[in-house]
Ligand binder design. Structure first.
Ligand code: UD1
Ligand code: MG
Length: 454
């Protein structure tokens, strides 16, 4: 288990309150399975891979963890105490054991380190994290003795009726003395409201002081049991992310309506307008202006990029790129520096050279477009012949007139021109003018004697 303190994450519960086919700990938070936040926090705090207890045969959780954790299976979901009892002898040590619930994604590594340090500061049987959240419903309550030592934890369902309810709640984060923990697990019973083996009952079975550490930020102890709590955690995480970006020099016009995943990077002096969503591995440079109502997923953008209310997915934008309103930039697209997209333009699986302009209502699909090209409004690269996709290649300095239809595979040579309204289905040599339309005919006097609006 490495050199750090042994750490265990409990993630084998059924998550019944989520009412979901997906294991509770795999529900996404800020775009990632919530269990991964707990694994990251524990790894940062201890410097080693934790043991994760997962449900029997749960390959989905196992696959997501990969080699970031050592996986152990719990035979049946008989309670948090039973989950810990699933750890085999070979992984049990007599030293301190950090135990964390897999449904607490807002825990900070510094808090876990504080708990470990407190536990090491004097001889103890256990040190546990306590919180006083605004909504403590469903949480175990902590009973202290007259000297402030923790006597026991009582689950909400087992609180004696009519008696005052203690304010302090159990966060589900403990450091146990291993020598006492493992034997105590065998003494747990199921005589409680939920007929489960409660880990919380271990506290009263230990010999020696049990101390509580109160967490400063009550959001950290939020456990995700149902979808209301998932939404509450999402809001906290989002606020943390946006706050950190603002402190790093990013302006948010309306922080409350910005949806930003935690891994997103934004350079200083960028402005994020209202109702904008930045997802996944999005990285934006400095001095960008995004939104309002833009949705960017896995976008890498340079400096000074301007994006209106547009939808961009898995693409790269060079410095100074401008994307107009209602554009859609689809996966595998690279727009080099200074590229401009007008309104309602769509680009997919294409490279577009520096300084090229793709005007409104154009649709550039499966294309390689050179530098300083002008693509007039309403131009379409027809990439599909009903059986296969083909590419359009356009050289540097090409001028494509408005409302042209380029039927792939087709190549427009450097410096060539395409007349407006052309249908182009064979290559245009460099420097040539292609006019692919029938000539206009004017019939003199044709309207004479006809009613204006029949
Ligand atoms: C638990 C605590 C409660 C505490 C709260 C903090 C117990 C009995 N209660 O309640 O005192 O205030 O967390 O959030 O411990 N799990 C297993 N196997 C099981 C059951 C659960 O691995 O058989 C895992 C779950 O996946 C979850 C964690 O243990 O990650 C906690 O279980 P959960 O059912 O969420 O407990 P709570 O009701 O939240
Ligand atoms: Mg819980």
């Amino acid at each position: 288990m490495g050199d750090g303190p042994h750490a265990v994450i409990l993630a084998a519960g059924q998550g019944k309150r989520m009412r979901s086919a997906l294991p509770k700990v795999l529900h996404p938070l800020g775009g990632r399975p919530l269990l991964l936040y707990v694994v990251d926090a524990v790894r940062t705090a201890t410097g080693s891979a934790p043991v994760v207890v997962l449900a029997r045969g749960d390959t989905a959780v196992r696959d997501i963890l990969g080699d970031s954790a050592i996986c152990v299976e719990q035979e049946a979901p008989l309670g948090t105490g039973d989950a810990l009892r699933s750890i085999p002898e070979t992984l049990r040590g007599a030293g301190p054991v950090l135990v964390v619930h897999g449904d607490a994604p807002l825990l900070r590594p510094e808090t876990l380190q504080r708990l470990l340090a407190a536990h090491a500061s004097s001889p103890r049987a256990c040190t546990l994290l306590l919180g006083m959240p605004a909504d403590p419903s469903g949480m175990g309550r902590v009973i202290r003795d007259g000297e402030g030592h923790v006597l026991r934890i009582v689950e909400e369902a087992d609180l004696p009726p009519g008696e005052p309810v203690p304010m302090e709640c159990n966060a589900g984060v403990y450091v146990f003395d291993g020598a006492q923990l493992w034997p105590a697990l065998d003494r747990l019973s199921t005589s409680n409201a939920q007929s489960e083996y409660y880990l919380t009952d271990v506290v009263a079975l230990l010999t020696g002081p049990v101390e509580g550490v109160v967490v400063a930020d009550p959001d950290e102890v939020l456990g995700i049991n149902d979808r209301r709590q998932l939404a509450a955690a999402e809001a906290v995480l989002r606020r943390r992310t946006v706050d950190a970006l603002m402190l790093a020099g990013v302006t948010f016009e309306d922080p409350a309506s910005a949806y930003v995943d935690p891994q997103v990077v934004v350079g200083r002096d960028s402005v994020i307008h209202a109702m904008t969503t930045l997802r996944g591995a999005t990285v934006l440079g400095s001095g960008c202006e995004i939104g309002p109502m833009a949705i960017l997923t896995d976008v890498r953008a340079g400096d000074g990029v301007v994006v209106g209310p547009a939808h961009l997915d898995q693409c790269e934008l060079g410095d100074g790129v401008r994307v107009g309103s209602y554009c859609r930039v689809r996966p595998n697209t690279v727009l080099a520096s200074g590229v401009e997209l007008g309104t309602h333009a769509e680009v997919k699986n294409s490279t577009v050279g520096a300084g090229t302009r793709i005007s409104h209502f154009s649709c550039v699909l499966d294309s390689d477009v050179g530098e300083a090209v002008n693509i007039g409004a309403g131009t379409v690269t027809c990439n599909y012949d009903g059986a296969a996709k083909h590419r359009t290649t356009i050289g540097n300095g090409v001028f494509v007139g408005t409302n042209s239809t380029l039927v792939a595979p087709v190549h427009l040579g450097d410096g060539s021109y395409v007349g407006a309204g052309s249908f182009v289905d064979h290559d245009v040599p460099a420097g040539a003018l292609a006019v692919g339309r029938s000539r206009q005919r004017n019939i003199e006097g044709w309207a004479a004697g006809r009613p204006l609006h029949p």
